[in-house]
Design a protein around this ligand. Structure first.
Ligand code: NAD
Length: 293
């Protein structure tokens, strides 16, 4: 990689804390190298305290932009000049683009969700989705799906810190898109089952199914998935197959997905915003995960 770096190399950052575990530097630097693009991507350990000066340094150093992750996704907003409409609705930013000193914030998780389904030949536009979880990923998925034309959305959450966020999100979706969204209590099992069974796609964005809840799922009864044409999507990608996915497959559901395609597609969407180029996703998938899906 050092052979690529010269006096013209443009820097892209990742500002989060903690961040040393991130796969994003490997993802983006390998993609730059593969396409011969003169960029370098570095992770910076930045929490809320250092965020204002770190964001200012994007302008000072004429960096091309940055990814933003926890705990900075909301805190970054007042430090930017413009927001993409989806980022404004979600109230969070994971990608910053610097155009001649003007910093624009985007959110690419929802784009990644929709793109990963498109890549599998699944079109959820005009359909109904039941979505469990209204945290960072769930909000981004709900907003992008609504903006892209999903007709009806039933969002389920427990009564925790995310409930108020979920209420706000549902109101915004109903106000600003053609999607009809409703908020439901995850504890109401009959309602949950009914909504899943009347949906085209069920998406779980709660993280139940990954550590420390690896052996758990919100739906453990295969009879809930009595429609083999239902699409079941779990945003978790480690493990590659969650308990939810096993229950759905056991029930005969044909289209069952983990979050790997979404993870790669959200990175590819940021890559496109910075470079204008398509990330070589299959090549990156092989580097990051030596298997196919
Ligand atoms: P978050 O903490 O912002 O939100 C978690 C949500 O799940 C909240 O709505 C919370 O109320 C709910 N929740 C948490 N524990 C629960 C439980 N035991 N039962 C029911 N609901 C529960 O987290 P996040 O950033 O939205 O991430 C959620 C999941 O999505 C994680 O597994 C993460 O790895 C995954 N994710 C995947 C991608 C991808 O590209 N594939 C991107 C972002 C997040």
């Amino acid at each position: 990689m050092t052979e690529r770096i010269d006096g013209h190399t443009l820097l892209i950052g990742l500002m989060a804390y903690p961040i040393r575990h991130s796969m994003s530097p490997t993802m983006h630097n390998n993609a730059f190298a593969k396409l011969g693009l003169n960029y370098a991507y570095l992770a910076f350990e930045v929490g809320n305290d250092k965020l204002p000066s770190a964001i200012e340094s994007i302008r000072t150093l004429d960096m091309r932009g940055s990814n933003i992750s926890m705990p900075n996704k909301q805190k970054v907003i007042p430090l930017l000049d413009k927001l993409d409409p989806a980022a404004e609705m979600v109230g969070a930013v994971n990608t910053v683009v610097n155009d001649d000193g003007i910093l624009t914030g985007y959110t690419t998780d929802g784009i990644g969700f929709m793109k990963s389904l498109d890549d599998e030949g699944i079109n959820i536009r005009g359909q109904k989705m039941t979505l469990a979880g209204a945290g960072g990923a769930g909000t981004a998925i709900a907003v992008q799906a609504a903006l892209d034309g999903v007709k009806e959305m039933s969002i389920f959450n427990v009564h925790d810190a995310e409930w108020e966020n979920a209420k706000r999100n549902v109101a915004l979706i109903n106000e600003k898109t053609d999607c009809h969204a409703t908020l439901h209590e995850l504890e109401d099992r009959d309602d949950f089952k009914k909504e899943i069974q009347s949906s085209f796609i069920y998406t779980d964005s709660t993280g139940v199914g990954m550590k420390p809840l690896e052996d758990k799922t919100l739906v453990d009864d295969p009879t809930w998935f009595n429609n083999p044409d239902l699409v079941v999507f779990d945003t978790v990608y480690a493990p590659r197959e969650t308990k939810l996915m096993r229950v759905a497959k056991k029930a005969g559901v044909k289209h069952v997905f983990n979050g790997l395609g979404m993870m790669l597609a959200q990175g590819a969407a940021a890559f496109k915003l910075w470079t204008g180029e398509d990330m070589p996703v299959d090549y990156i998938r092989q580097i990051l995960f030596d298997d196919k899906k």
